[in-house]
Write a protein that binds this ligand. Sequence first.
Ligand code: EPZ
Length: 421
Amino acid sequence: MDKLVIEGGYPLEGEVCISGAKNAALPILIASLLSDEPLNLQNVPYLQDIETCIDLLSALGVQVKHKEASCLLQANHVTNFDAPYGLVKTMRASILVLGPLLAKYGEARVSLPGGCAIGSRPVDIHIKGLELMGAKLIIDKGYISATTAHLPNKKLQGCSIFMDQVTVGGTENLMMAAVLAEGETILENAAKEPEIVDLGNCLIKMGAIIDGLGTDKIIIQGVSSLKEASYKIMFDRIEAGTFMVAAAMTGGKVVCKNINPEEMESITQKIKESGAKVEVREDSILVCGNKKLESVKIITAPYPAFPTDMQAQFMALNVVAEGVGEITETIFENRFMHAQELIRMGAEIDIKQNTAITKGGNILTGANVMATDLRASASLVLAGLVAKGKTTIERIYHLDRGYEKLEAKFNILGAKIKRLN
Ligand code: EPZ
Protein backbone atom coordinates (compact mmCIF):
# COMPACT_ATOMS: atom_id res chain seq x y z
CA MET A 1 0.00 0.00 0.00
CA ASP A 2 1.31 3.46 -0.91
CA LYS A 3 2.25 5.95 1.77
CA LEU A 4 3.28 9.61 1.72
CA VAL A 5 6.33 10.96 3.55
CA ILE A 6 6.15 14.71 4.15
CA GLU A 7 8.93 16.96 5.40
CA GLY A 8 7.23 19.92 7.05
CA GLY A 9 8.15 23.60 7.28
CA TYR A 10 8.14 24.85 3.68
CA PRO A 11 5.84 27.78 2.75
CA LEU A 12 3.92 27.13 -0.50
CA GLU A 13 4.40 29.60 -3.32
CA GLY A 14 3.02 29.67 -6.86
CA GLU A 15 -0.05 28.80 -8.92
CA VAL A 16 -2.11 25.61 -8.93
CA CYS A 17 -4.66 24.59 -11.60
CA ILE A 18 -7.72 23.13 -9.90
CA SER A 19 -9.04 19.91 -11.52
CA GLY A 20 -12.61 18.99 -12.40
CA ALA A 21 -14.99 18.24 -9.55
CA LYS A 22 -15.19 14.61 -8.43
CA ASN A 23 -18.71 15.13 -7.05
CA ALA A 24 -19.95 16.60 -10.33
CA ALA A 25 -18.10 14.19 -12.62
CA LEU A 26 -19.48 11.05 -10.93
CA PRO A 27 -23.22 11.82 -11.41
CA ILE A 28 -22.55 13.30 -14.88
CA LEU A 29 -20.72 10.15 -16.05
CA ILE A 30 -23.68 8.11 -14.75
CA ALA A 31 -26.15 10.40 -16.56
CA SER A 32 -24.83 8.88 -19.82
CA LEU A 33 -27.08 5.88 -19.02
CA LEU A 34 -30.14 8.05 -19.82
CA SER A 35 -29.23 8.54 -23.48
CA ASP A 36 -28.58 6.39 -26.58
CA GLU A 37 -26.46 9.20 -28.04
CA PRO A 38 -22.80 10.06 -27.34
CA LEU A 39 -21.94 12.19 -24.28
CA ASN A 40 -18.60 13.97 -24.66
CA LEU A 41 -17.14 15.21 -21.34
CA GLN A 42 -14.18 17.54 -20.73
CA ASN A 43 -12.30 18.41 -17.50
CA VAL A 44 -12.91 14.96 -16.00
CA PRO A 45 -10.51 14.60 -13.03
CA TYR A 46 -8.09 11.64 -12.99
CA LEU A 47 -9.16 9.90 -9.75
CA GLN A 48 -9.64 6.38 -8.44
CA ASP A 49 -13.37 7.00 -7.97
CA ILE A 50 -13.67 8.05 -11.62
CA GLU A 51 -11.92 4.84 -12.72
CA THR A 52 -14.27 2.80 -10.51
CA CYS A 53 -17.30 4.62 -11.96
CA ILE A 54 -16.10 3.94 -15.51
CA ASP A 55 -15.56 0.25 -14.63
CA LEU A 56 -19.16 0.09 -13.36
CA LEU A 57 -20.59 1.80 -16.47
CA SER A 58 -18.54 -0.48 -18.75
CA ALA A 59 -19.86 -3.53 -16.83
CA LEU A 60 -23.40 -2.29 -17.56
CA GLY A 61 -22.54 -2.13 -21.27
CA VAL A 62 -21.74 1.55 -21.71
CA GLN A 63 -18.98 2.19 -24.28
CA VAL A 64 -16.40 4.47 -22.65
CA LYS A 65 -13.33 6.10 -24.23
CA HIS A 66 -11.36 7.83 -21.45
CA LYS A 67 -8.23 9.79 -22.39
CA GLU A 68 -6.66 12.23 -19.92
CA ALA A 69 -9.37 14.75 -18.95
CA SER A 70 -11.75 13.76 -21.79
CA CYS A 71 -14.32 11.02 -21.66
CA LEU A 72 -16.64 9.89 -24.48
CA LEU A 73 -19.54 7.68 -23.39
CA GLN A 74 -22.33 5.97 -25.34
CA ALA A 75 -24.97 3.84 -23.67
CA ASN A 76 -26.82 2.39 -26.68
CA HIS A 77 -25.86 -1.20 -25.86
CA VAL A 78 -26.75 -1.46 -22.16
CA THR A 79 -27.64 -5.10 -21.56
CA ASN A 80 -26.84 -5.57 -17.87
CA PHE A 81 -28.74 -3.76 -15.11
CA ASP A 82 -26.81 -5.13 -12.15
CA ALA A 83 -24.46 -2.98 -10.00
CA PRO A 84 -22.55 -5.53 -7.91
CA TYR A 85 -21.57 -5.14 -4.24
CA GLY A 86 -17.87 -5.41 -5.14
CA LEU A 87 -17.98 -2.12 -7.03
CA VAL A 88 -20.69 -0.34 -5.01
CA LYS A 89 -18.87 -0.89 -1.70
CA THR A 90 -15.74 0.83 -3.04
CA MET A 91 -17.67 3.75 -4.46
CA ARG A 92 -20.95 4.68 -2.81
CA ALA A 93 -21.95 7.00 -5.65
CA SER A 94 -22.70 3.81 -7.64
CA ILE A 95 -26.18 4.02 -6.09
CA LEU A 96 -26.78 6.83 -8.60
CA VAL A 97 -27.21 4.27 -11.42
CA LEU A 98 -30.53 3.25 -9.84
CA GLY A 99 -32.60 6.21 -11.08
CA PRO A 100 -31.21 6.30 -14.66
CA LEU A 101 -31.48 2.49 -15.17
CA LEU A 102 -35.10 2.53 -13.93
CA ALA A 103 -35.99 5.57 -16.04
CA LYS A 104 -34.42 4.24 -19.26
CA TYR A 105 -34.80 0.43 -18.98
CA GLY A 106 -37.45 -0.11 -16.33
CA GLU A 107 -35.24 -2.37 -14.24
CA ALA A 108 -32.20 -2.27 -11.97
CA ARG A 109 -30.50 -4.41 -9.36
CA VAL A 110 -28.12 -2.31 -7.27
CA SER A 111 -26.27 -3.31 -4.12
CA LEU A 112 -27.08 -1.22 -1.08
CA PRO A 113 -23.93 0.89 -0.53
CA GLY A 114 -23.81 0.09 3.18
CA GLY A 115 -22.23 2.45 5.66
CA CYS A 116 -18.77 3.95 5.40
CA ALA A 117 -16.15 5.38 7.75
CA ILE A 118 -17.96 8.71 8.18
CA GLY A 119 -21.46 7.45 8.80
CA SER A 120 -24.33 5.05 8.11
CA ARG A 121 -25.30 7.01 4.99
CA PRO A 122 -28.71 5.46 4.30
CA VAL A 123 -30.40 5.76 0.90
CA ASP A 124 -34.01 5.64 2.14
CA ILE A 125 -34.85 8.99 0.50
CA HIS A 126 -33.63 7.74 -2.88
CA ILE A 127 -35.83 4.64 -2.50
CA LYS A 128 -38.91 6.51 -1.25
CA GLY A 129 -38.74 8.99 -4.11
CA LEU A 130 -38.56 6.26 -6.75
CA GLU A 131 -41.50 4.45 -5.10
CA LEU A 132 -43.50 7.69 -5.26
CA MET A 133 -42.73 7.72 -9.02
CA GLY A 134 -44.38 4.29 -9.21
CA ALA A 135 -41.36 1.97 -9.16
CA LYS A 136 -41.49 -1.29 -7.17
CA LEU A 137 -38.32 -1.76 -5.09
CA ILE A 138 -37.55 -4.87 -3.07
CA ILE A 139 -34.57 -5.03 -0.71
CA ASP A 140 -33.22 -8.53 -0.34
CA LYS A 141 -29.80 -9.91 0.65
CA GLY A 142 -28.25 -6.42 0.54
CA TYR A 143 -29.52 -5.64 -2.95
CA ILE A 144 -32.23 -3.28 -4.21
CA SER A 145 -34.21 -4.94 -7.03
CA ALA A 146 -36.36 -2.37 -8.83
CA THR A 147 -38.84 -2.48 -11.70
CA THR A 148 -41.41 -0.40 -13.55
CA ALA A 149 -42.85 -3.36 -15.52
CA HIS A 150 -46.30 -2.83 -13.94
CA LEU A 151 -46.52 0.84 -14.98
CA PRO A 152 -48.17 2.29 -18.14
CA ASN A 153 -45.55 2.08 -20.97
CA LYS A 154 -43.23 0.74 -18.18
CA LYS A 155 -42.40 4.40 -17.47
CA LEU A 156 -41.79 6.14 -14.14
CA GLN A 157 -44.61 8.62 -13.40
CA GLY A 158 -43.73 12.24 -12.64
CA CYS A 159 -44.97 13.48 -9.25
CA SER A 160 -44.24 15.87 -6.38
CA ILE A 161 -41.59 14.58 -3.95
CA PHE A 162 -40.70 16.26 -0.64
CA MET A 163 -37.30 15.00 0.56
CA ASP A 164 -37.26 14.79 4.39
CA GLN A 165 -33.56 15.67 4.50
CA VAL A 166 -31.40 17.73 2.13
CA THR A 167 -29.52 15.02 0.26
CA VAL A 168 -27.07 15.59 -2.59
CA GLY A 169 -27.21 12.01 -3.90
CA GLY A 170 -30.95 11.73 -3.38
CA THR A 171 -31.57 14.93 -5.37
CA GLU A 172 -29.27 13.69 -8.16
CA ASN A 173 -30.80 10.19 -8.35
CA LEU A 174 -34.38 11.50 -8.46
CA MET A 175 -33.59 14.35 -10.86
CA MET A 176 -32.04 11.88 -13.32
CA ALA A 177 -34.99 9.47 -12.90
CA ALA A 178 -37.45 12.32 -13.59
CA VAL A 179 -35.75 13.31 -16.86
CA LEU A 180 -37.37 10.38 -18.74
CA ALA A 181 -40.48 9.98 -16.55
CA GLU A 182 -44.03 10.61 -17.84
CA GLY A 183 -45.10 14.15 -16.94
CA GLU A 184 -43.80 16.66 -14.42
CA THR A 185 -41.74 15.91 -11.29
CA ILE A 186 -41.24 18.48 -8.53
CA LEU A 187 -38.38 17.89 -6.06
CA GLU A 188 -39.03 19.87 -2.86
CA ASN A 189 -36.31 20.52 -0.25
CA ALA A 190 -33.79 19.72 -2.98
CA ALA A 191 -30.04 20.13 -2.39
CA LYS A 192 -28.54 23.28 -3.96
CA GLU A 193 -24.87 22.26 -4.28
CA PRO A 194 -23.07 23.61 -7.41
CA GLU A 195 -22.37 19.99 -8.40
CA ILE A 196 -26.13 19.41 -8.69
CA VAL A 197 -26.47 22.52 -10.85
CA ASP A 198 -23.59 21.16 -12.99
CA LEU A 199 -25.39 17.81 -13.40
CA GLY A 200 -28.63 19.63 -14.25
CA ASN A 201 -26.92 21.86 -16.81
CA CYS A 202 -25.38 18.80 -18.47
CA LEU A 203 -28.80 17.08 -18.56
CA ILE A 204 -30.31 20.23 -20.13
CA LYS A 205 -27.59 20.16 -22.82
CA MET A 206 -28.63 16.53 -23.42
CA GLY A 207 -32.23 17.72 -23.99
CA ALA A 208 -33.75 17.48 -20.52
CA ILE A 209 -36.24 20.13 -19.35
CA ILE A 210 -35.27 21.28 -15.83
CA ASP A 211 -36.06 24.47 -13.89
CA GLY A 212 -35.04 25.63 -10.43
CA LEU A 213 -31.45 24.34 -10.38
CA GLY A 214 -29.64 25.81 -7.37
CA THR A 215 -32.88 26.33 -5.49
CA ASP A 216 -34.70 23.99 -3.08
CA LYS A 217 -37.44 23.34 -5.66
CA ILE A 218 -36.41 21.63 -8.89
CA ILE A 219 -39.05 21.04 -11.60
CA ILE A 220 -38.43 18.45 -14.32
CA GLN A 221 -40.66 17.86 -17.37
CA GLY A 222 -40.14 14.29 -18.60
CA VAL A 223 -38.98 13.84 -22.22
CA SER A 224 -39.02 10.71 -24.38
CA SER A 225 -35.33 10.68 -25.30
CA LEU A 226 -32.08 12.65 -25.08
CA LYS A 227 -29.60 13.81 -27.71
CA GLU A 228 -25.83 13.96 -28.28
CA ALA A 229 -24.10 16.51 -26.06
CA SER A 230 -20.71 17.83 -24.99
CA TYR A 231 -20.10 19.20 -21.51
CA LYS A 232 -17.22 20.58 -19.42
CA ILE A 233 -17.25 19.51 -15.75
CA MET A 234 -17.07 22.34 -13.17
CA PHE A 235 -13.99 22.89 -10.93
CA ASP A 236 -13.51 21.02 -7.66
CA ARG A 237 -14.50 23.38 -4.81
CA ILE A 238 -13.02 21.05 -2.20
CA GLU A 239 -9.65 20.68 -3.92
CA ALA A 240 -9.50 24.49 -4.24
CA GLY A 241 -10.43 24.91 -0.57
CA THR A 242 -7.76 22.40 0.43
CA PHE A 243 -5.05 24.41 -1.35
CA MET A 244 -6.35 27.66 0.15
CA VAL A 245 -6.04 26.20 3.66
CA ALA A 246 -2.52 24.92 2.79
CA ALA A 247 -1.46 28.43 1.72
CA ALA A 248 -2.83 29.94 4.93
CA MET A 249 -1.25 27.30 7.19
CA THR A 250 2.23 27.34 5.60
CA GLY A 251 2.41 31.16 5.49
CA GLY A 252 2.74 30.91 1.73
CA LYS A 253 1.29 32.67 -1.30
CA VAL A 254 -0.81 30.51 -3.63
CA VAL A 255 -3.11 31.30 -6.56
CA CYS A 256 -5.85 28.71 -7.17
CA LYS A 257 -6.71 28.93 -10.89
CA ASN A 258 -9.64 27.76 -13.10
CA ILE A 259 -12.25 28.26 -10.39
CA ASN A 260 -15.51 30.20 -9.92
CA PRO A 261 -14.97 32.21 -6.70
CA GLU A 262 -18.74 32.77 -6.31
CA GLU A 263 -19.10 29.08 -5.45
CA MET A 264 -16.36 29.28 -2.79
CA GLU A 265 -17.93 32.02 -0.61
CA SER A 266 -18.38 30.08 2.65
CA ILE A 267 -14.82 28.68 2.41
CA THR A 268 -13.24 32.01 1.41
CA GLN A 269 -15.00 33.72 4.31
CA LYS A 270 -13.39 31.31 6.81
CA ILE A 271 -9.94 31.72 5.23
CA LYS A 272 -10.34 35.50 5.69
CA GLU A 273 -11.48 35.03 9.31
CA SER A 274 -8.30 33.01 9.98
CA GLY A 275 -6.29 36.13 9.21
CA ALA A 276 -4.89 35.09 5.82
CA LYS A 277 -5.01 37.69 3.06
CA VAL A 278 -7.42 36.83 0.22
CA GLU A 279 -7.64 38.41 -3.24
CA VAL A 280 -10.63 37.25 -5.30
CA ARG A 281 -10.15 37.55 -9.06
CA GLU A 282 -12.43 36.55 -11.95
CA ASP A 283 -11.44 32.88 -12.21
CA SER A 284 -8.88 32.52 -9.43
CA ILE A 285 -8.26 33.29 -5.76
CA LEU A 286 -4.93 34.40 -4.23
CA VAL A 287 -4.32 33.39 -0.60
CA CYS A 288 -1.37 34.80 1.39
CA GLY A 289 -0.78 33.03 4.69
CA ASN A 290 -0.16 34.90 7.87
CA LYS A 291 2.37 33.84 10.50
CA LYS A 292 -0.25 34.56 13.17
CA LEU A 293 -3.39 32.70 12.12
CA GLU A 294 -6.54 32.83 14.25
CA SER A 295 -8.71 29.74 14.91
CA VAL A 296 -12.18 29.86 13.34
CA LYS A 297 -15.66 28.61 14.23
CA ILE A 298 -17.15 26.20 11.69
CA ILE A 299 -20.66 24.74 11.47
CA THR A 300 -21.14 22.42 8.49
CA ALA A 301 -24.47 22.46 6.63
CA PRO A 302 -25.86 22.06 3.10
CA TYR A 303 -24.85 24.60 0.42
CA PRO A 304 -24.48 27.58 0.47
CA ALA A 305 -23.37 27.03 4.09
CA PHE A 306 -19.94 25.67 5.00
CA PRO A 307 -19.34 22.27 3.29
CA THR A 308 -18.80 19.18 5.42
CA ASP A 309 -16.07 18.10 2.96
CA MET A 310 -13.90 21.02 4.13
CA GLN A 311 -14.32 20.43 7.88
CA ALA A 312 -11.29 18.16 8.36
CA GLN A 313 -9.01 20.58 6.52
CA PHE A 314 -10.01 23.48 8.78
CA MET A 315 -9.39 21.35 11.87
CA ALA A 316 -5.76 21.07 10.75
CA LEU A 317 -5.68 24.88 10.43
CA ASN A 318 -7.28 25.42 13.84
CA VAL A 319 -4.79 23.26 15.72
CA VAL A 320 -1.85 25.40 14.55
CA ALA A 321 -3.66 28.78 14.63
CA GLU A 322 -3.94 30.90 17.80
CA GLY A 323 -6.91 30.62 20.15
CA VAL A 324 -9.75 28.19 20.67
CA GLY A 325 -11.56 26.90 17.57
CA GLU A 326 -14.93 25.18 17.36
CA ILE A 327 -16.01 22.79 14.61
CA THR A 328 -19.55 21.41 14.56
CA GLU A 329 -20.37 18.64 12.07
CA THR A 330 -24.11 18.49 11.35
CA ILE A 331 -24.17 16.27 8.23
CA PHE A 332 -22.39 13.03 9.14
CA GLU A 333 -22.30 11.25 12.48
CA ASN A 334 -18.67 10.14 12.53
CA ARG A 335 -16.52 12.60 10.66
CA PHE A 336 -13.88 13.46 13.28
CA MET A 337 -11.58 10.45 12.82
CA HIS A 338 -8.74 12.70 11.70
CA ALA A 339 -8.78 14.25 15.22
CA GLN A 340 -7.09 11.24 16.86
CA GLU A 341 -4.33 11.28 14.24
CA LEU A 342 -3.82 15.05 14.64
CA ILE A 343 -3.61 14.55 18.43
CA ARG A 344 -0.75 12.06 17.81
CA MET A 345 1.05 14.93 16.07
CA GLY A 346 0.66 17.18 19.12
CA ALA A 347 -2.75 18.77 18.55
CA GLU A 348 -5.10 19.53 21.46
CA ILE A 349 -8.66 18.57 20.45
CA ASP A 350 -11.61 17.88 22.69
CA ILE A 351 -14.65 16.20 21.11
CA LYS A 352 -18.11 16.56 22.64
CA GLN A 353 -20.80 14.83 20.54
CA ASN A 354 -20.64 16.50 17.13
CA THR A 355 -18.42 19.43 18.15
CA ALA A 356 -14.61 19.47 18.21
CA ILE A 357 -13.00 22.16 20.37
CA THR A 358 -9.43 22.84 19.27
CA LYS A 359 -6.82 24.58 21.41
CA GLY A 360 -4.56 26.38 19.00
CA GLY A 361 -0.99 27.56 19.17
CA ASN A 362 0.47 24.04 19.01
CA ILE A 363 3.67 23.16 17.19
CA LEU A 364 2.90 19.86 15.50
CA THR A 365 5.59 17.21 15.27
CA GLY A 366 5.84 14.74 12.43
CA ALA A 367 4.59 11.22 13.20
CA ASN A 368 3.36 8.01 11.55
CA VAL A 369 -0.37 8.53 10.99
CA MET A 370 -3.12 6.67 9.18
CA ALA A 371 -5.68 7.98 6.72
CA THR A 372 -9.21 6.80 7.48
CA ASP A 373 -11.33 8.53 4.84
CA LEU A 374 -10.85 10.89 1.92
CA ARG A 375 -11.00 14.29 3.60
CA ALA A 376 -9.37 13.08 6.83
CA SER A 377 -6.31 12.13 4.76
CA ALA A 378 -6.26 15.64 3.28
CA SER A 379 -6.16 17.13 6.79
CA LEU A 380 -3.21 14.89 7.68
CA VAL A 381 -1.33 16.08 4.59
CA LEU A 382 -1.97 19.70 5.63
CA ALA A 383 -0.72 18.97 9.16
CA GLY A 384 2.37 17.27 7.72
CA LEU A 385 3.15 20.36 5.63
CA VAL A 386 3.61 22.45 8.81
CA ALA A 387 4.78 19.83 11.34
CA LYS A 388 8.37 19.76 12.54
CA GLY A 389 10.20 16.83 10.96
CA LYS A 390 8.78 13.97 8.91
CA THR A 391 5.17 12.75 8.77
CA THR A 392 4.37 9.38 7.20
CA ILE A 393 0.75 8.88 6.15
CA GLU A 394 -0.35 5.26 5.61
CA ARG A 395 -3.37 4.03 3.56
CA ILE A 396 -3.34 6.97 1.17
CA TYR A 397 -5.57 5.09 -1.25
CA HIS A 398 -8.24 7.15 0.54
CA LEU A 399 -6.54 10.29 -0.79
CA ASP A 400 -6.23 8.94 -4.33
CA ARG A 401 -10.01 8.48 -4.48
CA GLY A 402 -10.62 12.22 -4.46
CA TYR A 403 -7.47 14.23 -5.24
CA GLU A 404 -5.72 14.26 -8.62
CA LYS A 405 -1.90 14.09 -8.30
CA LEU A 406 -2.05 15.87 -4.93
CA GLU A 407 1.57 15.43 -3.90
CA ALA A 408 2.80 16.49 -7.36
CA LYS A 409 0.71 19.67 -7.18
CA PHE A 410 1.97 20.43 -3.67
CA ASN A 411 5.61 19.75 -4.63
CA ILE A 412 5.39 22.21 -7.54
CA LEU A 413 4.44 24.80 -4.89
CA GLY A 414 7.53 23.96 -2.82
CA ALA A 415 6.35 21.18 -0.54
CA LYS A 416 8.60 18.17 0.14
CA ILE A 417 6.36 15.12 -0.28
CA LYS A 418 7.50 11.65 -1.39
CA ARG A 419 5.21 8.74 -2.32
CA LEU A 420 6.55 5.34 -1.24
CA ASN A 421 4.96 2.03 -2.14
C1 EPZ B 1 -22.42 13.71 -1.27
O1 EPZ B 1 -22.60 12.50 -0.56
C2 EPZ B 1 -20.92 13.79 -1.54
N1 EPZ B 1 -20.49 12.65 -2.35
C3 EPZ B 1 -20.16 13.80 -0.20
O2 EPZ B 1 -18.78 13.96 -0.50
C4 EPZ B 1 -20.64 15.01 0.61
O3 EPZ B 1 -20.00 15.00 1.86
C5 EPZ B 1 -22.16 14.92 0.80
O4 EPZ B 1 -22.81 14.85 -0.49
C6 EPZ B 1 -22.72 16.13 1.53
O5 EPZ B 1 -22.40 17.30 0.82
C7 EPZ B 1 -20.70 12.70 -3.69
O6 EPZ B 1 -21.27 13.64 -4.21
C8 EPZ B 1 -20.22 11.52 -4.48
P1 EPZ B 1 -26.09 13.26 1.21
P2 EPZ B 1 -24.12 11.93 -0.35
O7 EPZ B 1 -27.04 12.30 0.60
O8 EPZ B 1 -24.94 12.26 -1.53
C9 EPZ B 1 -28.53 11.66 4.97
C10 EPZ B 1 -16.50 13.47 -0.40
O9 EPZ B 1 -15.68 13.55 0.52
N2 EPZ B 1 -29.32 10.86 4.01
O10 EPZ B 1 -26.22 14.71 0.89
O11 EPZ B 1 -24.02 10.52 0.08
C11 EPZ B 1 -27.10 11.17 5.10
O12 EPZ B 1 -27.02 10.14 6.06
C12 EPZ B 1 -17.87 12.91 -0.12
O13 EPZ B 1 -16.30 13.85 -1.58
C13 EPZ B 1 -30.38 10.10 4.48
O14 EPZ B 1 -30.66 10.07 5.67
O15 EPZ B 1 -24.60 12.81 0.89
C14 EPZ B 1 -26.36 12.41 5.55
O16 EPZ B 1 -26.51 12.55 6.95
C15 EPZ B 1 -18.03 12.46 1.31
N3 EPZ B 1 -31.11 9.37 3.59
C16 EPZ B 1 -27.13 13.55 4.88
O17 EPZ B 1 -28.39 12.99 4.47
C17 EPZ B 1 -30.82 9.38 2.24
O18 EPZ B 1 -31.55 8.69 1.48
C18 EPZ B 1 -26.45 14.13 3.66
O19 EPZ B 1 -26.12 13.05 2.80
C19 EPZ B 1 -29.73 10.15 1.79
C20 EPZ B 1 -28.99 10.89 2.68
